[in-house]
Design a protein around this ligand. Structure first.
Ligand code: GLC
Ligand code: CA
Length: 528
């Protein structure tokens, strides 16, 4: 195992959606100064890096995933001086900054696209995919055809997402060079790594698929296999569900990525994000366990996450959060984060945040949800579409962070850009700090435990017991072993931990060896 790999196993990365994290100047939009003001909070929580969702100049059709200038900051978020101050503030605290890189597409407002449209033979004309007639019938991820006719140029261009997000043509060596320069610009500025947006799409086969094209690995290597980039941390958003493909992306000899966001355990068997399906801790465990064993055998780095800015709250799908919010949140977190891999926590997850219900389309912002509404409003009742969006829509995690029970959840003194979560009077940092059974306090203990204990970072993962009702796994290193005992949904008698020290438990430390485990109870023991 390389030193770099061992180092990365100790990373706990907090994902920030800057627009909704903390507003420093009362305009209703979160900003970089807001992030800066919360670094002590994050350090105390036990995280050692942040991943900042895109904060580049952007007209915000897809909230920053439509970049108009890769070398400047979005007006509402601040300035280049603010990002430099953020890097300095993080490094002072021995924390890392992971930037979001969006190499598959730009904004239609990007200079490259503005020029590219003008004619078929200008320096930027081949920066995008232009055709007289679409070569295939690919669909956009946000509904409708992925091909858009452009009056000015008199041709069609490809947009895998919104029409305002034209796909870059990576077959053009000038595009590869441009993106290398962008990476170098940020590495020179001191960033420690990148999360790479839809990395699996940058190479295409126009006669086949829009994913995993024939030159994918060559392009990734061109970005991150170079002398000045091969040491940095990189996580690619990638739907690889086959270990051979994961190895091709992340093998130590590949010069590509450190790790991937794979979505198996996060999807947990669901087929559509908008259609409710009961999911269980048992299924979650089953999928995670298999990946842990595979990845460990191959010495590959797994990404441990449940939430992000693209999915409704995970615990709202895993259990009855009206009844068991604390139990489900703490059970999921312990089972997941004490496994082997890089930990990712999404803002608000540490509060045990749950989905919010809104009854007018005006209270939603996300292009995906708004398109879904527009597409179906003629044929389905409004409420049934709103139900789908409330359940699965991306606005859920994007609503302002709930810092307190004060107006607007303490996120802003102005009018928040997006309606706050309806649960904020009950679920917010202040109430969580004082609650008897606090998801936040538990997260803080859990993350700090992982941060302190090398065994929980690099120790070998082993399945100790795998029953229909519960599971036990261990992490061992240099004579020390931690056991994670997780009970699923029914009370269960679990034995075998006699004589071991209880290190962490979501049911308090009063438990006796003879007690049955309660639903969602999870306990961590330390022994040999
Ligand atoms: C990724 C991002 C998502 C964005 C899409 C297009 O999936 O996570 O938020 O809409 O790429 O850039
Ligand atoms: Ca602001």
């Amino acid at each position: 195992m390389t030193e770099k790999y061992l180092d990365f196993l100790g990373l706990t990365i907090y994902q920030i959606y800057p627009r909704s994290f903390c507003d420093s100047n009362g305009d209703g939009i979160g900003d970089l100064q807001g992030v800066l003001s919360k670094l002590d909070y994050l350090q105390d929580l036990g995280v050692n890096a942040i991943w900042l969702c895109p904060c580049y100049k952007s007209p915000n059709v897809d909230n920053g995933y439509d970049v108009a200038d890769y070398r400047d900051i979005m007006d509402e978020f601040g300035t280049m001086d603010d990002i430099k101050a953020l890097i300095a503030g993080l490094h002072q605290r021995d924390m890392k900054l992971i930037m979001d890189l969006v190499p598959n597409h730009t904004s239609s407002q990007h200079k490259w696209f503005i020029e590219s449209r003008k004619s078929k033979d200008n320096p930027y004309s081949d920066y995008y995919y232009w055709y007289d007639t679409p070569p295939n019938n690919w669909q956009s991820a946000f509904l409708g055809s992925a091909w858009q006719y452009d009056e000015l140029r008199g041709q069609y261009y490809l947009h895998s997402y919104a029409p305002e997000q034209p796909d870059l043509n990576w077959e053009n060596p000038a595009v590869v060079q441009e993106m290398q320069d962008v990476v170098d610009f940020w590495v020179d500025l001191g960033v420690d790594g990148f999360r790479i947006d839809v990395i699996d799409q940058i190479s295409k086969d126009m006669n086949g698929d829009n994913f995993f094209g024939p030159r994918l690995h060559e392009f990734i290597n061109a970005l991150f296999g170079r002398e000045n980039t091969k040491h940095i941390f990189t996580v690619g958003e990638c739907w690889a569900d086959d270990i051979a493909e994961v190895r091709r992306h992340c093998g130590a000899d590949r010069g590509e990525l450190s790790t991937l966001f794979q979505f198996d355990h996060q999807q947990c068997g669901r087929s559509s994000k908008f259609i409710p399906k009961k999911q269980s801790i048992r299924d979650f465990w089953e999928i995670l366990k298999n990946w842990q064993l595979l990845m460990q055998k191959e010495e590959l780095l797994y990404s441990l996450f449940t939430d992000n800015h693209d999915n409704s709250w995970f615990i709202s799908r895993m259990g009855d959060t009206e009844k068991n919010r604390y139990e489900v949140a703490t059970c999921v977190a312990t089972l997941l984060y004490l496994m082997r891999g890089v930990s990712f926590i999404y803002q608000g997850q540490e509060l045990g945040m749950v989905n919010s219900c809104h009854n007018t389309i005006e209270e939603f912002d996300d292009v995906e949800s708004v398109n879904l509404y527009k597409e179906n409003i003629g044929s389905a009742p409004a409420q049934s579409i709103l139900d789908m969006i409330n359940f699965g829509g991306r606005d859920n995690p994007r609503r302002p962070m709930c810092w307190s029970g004060a107006e607007n959840a303490g996120f802003t003194t102005g009018k928040p850009w997006l309606a706050v979560n309806v649960h904020y009077p009950k679920i917010n940092l202040e109430t969580e700090m004082h609650a008897e059974r606090s998801v936040w306090r538990f997260y803080r203990e859990l993350l700090n435990l992982k941060c302190r204990e090398k065994t929980l970072q690099i120790g070998a993962f082993q399945v100790v017991e795998d029953a229909p009702t519960h599971c036990i796994y261990s992490r061992s290193w240099e004579g020390k072993t931690y056991y994670v005992v997780c009970n699923f949904e029914e009370a269960t008698q679990i034995s075998g931990m006699a004589g071991k020290r209880l290190a962490l438990s979501n049911y308090g430390f009063a438990r006796k060896e003879t007690d049955a485990f309660a639903p969602y109870e999870i306990a961590v023991f330390e022994g040999e």
